[in-house]
Structures are given as C-alpha cells and as structure tokens.
Design a protein around this ligand. Structure first.
Ligand SMILES: Nc1ncnc2c1ncn2[C@@H]1O[C@H](COP(=O)(O)OP(=O)(O)OP(=O)(O)O)[C@@H](O)[C@H]1O
Ligand SMILES: [Mg+2]
Length: 257
C-alpha cells in the first residue's frame, strides 16, 4: 500500500521543500520507491532543491491538461534511482486547478510507489487544499519560533477537518545551543502548544543537501525515515553536542560569532 504524506506548515520558508526532498532521498536510499510531488503552481521549487530542473520536459499541469501522459511528467532522479519528482508549473500562478484533479493525477501514479510525499505551498488557501486532498497522513513542519508555531496551530486545526490517519510534527532548524541556553522553545514546550506527536527534530545545518552523508542533518533525516516506516518517535538530540565541557565551549563560541 502506498503511503501518501503531505508536508505542510502554514508559514512560508520553514523548510517544507527541504524536508520533502531530504526525506524522499533518505527513503529512496533505504530502497523504497518514492514520488515527491510539487503542488504549488507558481512559486514552488522542488525541482531546484532536488537538482532536476534541467531535466524537466513536462510537469503536472501538462499531464492534467492532457499534453502528456502522467508518466512522462515524472522525472527519475539521476543519483537516487528510486526517487521520482513530479514538478509543478512555474508560469501559471493564477490558474485554478481543483484538488480533485490533482488527486486523480496522483491516484494514477501512486500504485508504482511505496511513498508519495506532497510538498504543500505556504498558507491555507487553494494550494493547501490541493495538496492535502491527495494525502492520508500529514507532517506539520515548524521552526521553534512563535510566528511559525502560531501558523502551524492554524494548519493543524484545518487538517483536523480532513480524515487523515495521523498528523505528526517536525521541528526544523532547531539550534541545540539556543535550546540549551533557553533562548528558544524546547521540544516539550512546542508539543504542549501544538498538541500533536513530535516525530522529528532537524537541526539547523548549512550543509543540508541531498547527497551529503554524515552530517547532523542527514542523521536526523535517517531517524525521521525510520520513524515513519516503523511507527515510532525516536528524536534526534540536537543539544547533545552542546552538553558537557566541550559542548559549553562550543556554545560560547557560537554565541560570540
Ligand atoms: N534544517 C535547515 N538548516 C538550514 N537551512 C535550512 C533548513 N531547512 C531549510 N533551510 C533553508 O531555509 C530556506 C527555506 O526552506 P524551504 O524552501 O525548504 O522552505 P519552504 O517551507 O518550502 O518555503 P515555501 O513556504 O516558500 O515553500 C532555504 O534556503 C533552505 O535551504
Ligand atoms: Mg517550499
């Protein structure tokens, strides 16, 4: 059975596309067949983040409007052979395409995959509903900042009107040093506010790129992928490298930067 997961946030720029691309790459590394799907017509950039922008001939709108077969709009990633990208059209920001049409398109392709990851645009208007209508599960992405939490809270209440199997929380751009200093909210405080289960904490990591192995970001994506597969909630500890003597030196160095 294909699992269809929408990644949403309300607030823009919190890392939906980054998390979609890295989670997709991680699942595909683990041998799962993954389709990542861009449902933002106008502004989204999953093709750039996954590095396949020069391979695009057709996109999801071409497939919906019959200019190509759905399969022709799917692009196999050159590095991750199990990863396929269904990109969106960047030149039709005002064209209305219904959630049902997108769902039909995703329905026709989904059986070939173990996972369909749907990258949702910011906001809770048409693009949001277009993304969520095709999903059965949701990951809400937030950063540990109040403005992001407020929007995540709104999104969670709208998601509750959909019949989703589960809604889990991903805290992105978490700074272990700031968490230890009490400068940003802790995971417990965030979960108390949002009241959905935490499934991952992704550190702020300037080297978050698809094919870089071994960095903190990649470790946290491995845990997220395993949590999704095994239905558990093991969380990457972003504060670990800031505890102890060396950790406190690291923290004061980071503070002075
Ligand atoms: N964990 C992270 N560490 C460092 N930078 C990150 C992290 N996650 C995302 N970013 C950066 O933050 C910026 C916004 O990320 P991204 O485009 O994924 O957000 P988004 O929620 O998809 O935005 P939009 O709402 O515009 O679609 C990008 O420059 C990305 O590289
Ligand atoms: Mg995005």
């Amino acid at each position: 059975m294909t699992r269809r997961i929408v990644l949403t946030s309300g607030k823009g720029g919190v890392g939906k596309t980054t998390v979609t691309a890295n989670l997709g790459a991680q699942l595909s590394r683990m041998g799962y067949r993954v389709m990542i799907c861009d449902t933002d017509f106008g502004l989204n950039n999953i093709d750039v983040v996954t590095g396949i922008e020069n391979l695009i001939v057709y996109d999801i709108v071409d497939a919906i409007e019959g200019r190509c077969r759905p399969k022709q709009a799917l692009i196999q990633h050159p590095t991750f052979k199990n990863l396929y990208v269904l990109s969106s059209n960047h030149s039709l920001p005002n064209r209305y395409i219904s959630p049902q049409t997108v769902k039909l398109m995703i329905d026709s392709l989904a059986p070939q995959f173990d996972f369909v990851l749907i990258d949702c645009p910011a906001g809770i208007d048409d693009g949001f509903h277009r993304a969520v209508a095709s999903a059965e599960e949701a990951l809400v992405i937030t950063t540990p900042h109040m403005s992001s939490l407020r929007d995540a809270d709104k999104v969670i209440s709208v998601l509750q009107s959909y019949r989703l199997a589960n809604i889990n929380l991903v805290i992105n751009m978490a700074r272990g040093d700031m968490m230890m200093n009490g400068d940003i909210l802790s995971p417990r405080e965030i979960c108390d506010i949002l009241k959905i289960p935490l499934i991952a904490m992704i550190p702020e990591d300037d080297t978050i790129f698809l094919n870089q192995l071994g960095n903190d970001g990649t470790k946290s994506f491995k845990l997220l992928a395993s949590n999704i597969i095994e239905g558990r909630h093991k969380i990457y500890d972003v504060t670990k490298k800031y505890s102890g003597l060396f950790g406190s030196i690291r923290r004061s160095l980071k503070k002075s930067l």
